[in-house]
Design a protein around this ligand. Structure first.
Ligand SMILES: [Zn+2]
Length: 147
């Protein structure tokens, strides 16, 4: 087990699930206070020891939540976005690539690609991914590839 301070320092005092800052001095009894989450795979199995992540107490999956959920940014224009946690879990196990969203324009797709790579650098720092944009069917496909 790592201490809260160790996990917080490593994750830059940012919640791994909602991507919002966590106050290191917040009360551990408040909903927005810091807590250590055990990183679960999408299937709910325990991840490797040492995979603890920093979470707000209210976001912590250990507090009765079934599975972690990572939301796409509401600022993006994406159609049919894939569930981020399940996609990351599959790419980590099998590699390859997946279409994770469709976008109406290339600018929207480029913005979503940049956001997703940045977001995953914090959510899944052990998984190296590239996002690329491919035209298809009058839209632009956002493809995430494990590298
Ligand atoms: Zn949070």
């Amino acid at each position: 087990m790592s201490t809260l301070d160790e996990v917080g320092e490593r994750d830059g005092w940012r919640c791994w699930l909602c991507d919002e800052p966590v106050d290191p001095d917040g009360s551990v009894n408040s909903d927005r206070g810091p807590s250590v989450d055990s990183a679960l795979s999408a299937k709910g199995k325990k991840a490797t020891p040492g995979a603890e992540r920093l979470a707000h107490r209210s976001c912590n999956t250990g507090k009765g939540k079934v599975a972690p959920v990572v939301a796409w940014s509401p600022d993006l224009f994406v159609v049919d976005p894939a569930p981020i946690v399940a996609t990351v879990d599959r790419l980590a196990r099998k590699g390859g690539q997946e279409v994770v969203a469709r976008c109406p324009s290339r600018a929207d797709a480029d913005q979503a690609a940049a956001w997703l790579v940045d977001r995953l650098a914090r959510f899944a720092p052990g998984l190296a991914v590239q996002a690329k944009v491919e035209p298809g069917g009058g839209q632009f496909l956002l493809v995430l590839r494990a590298v």
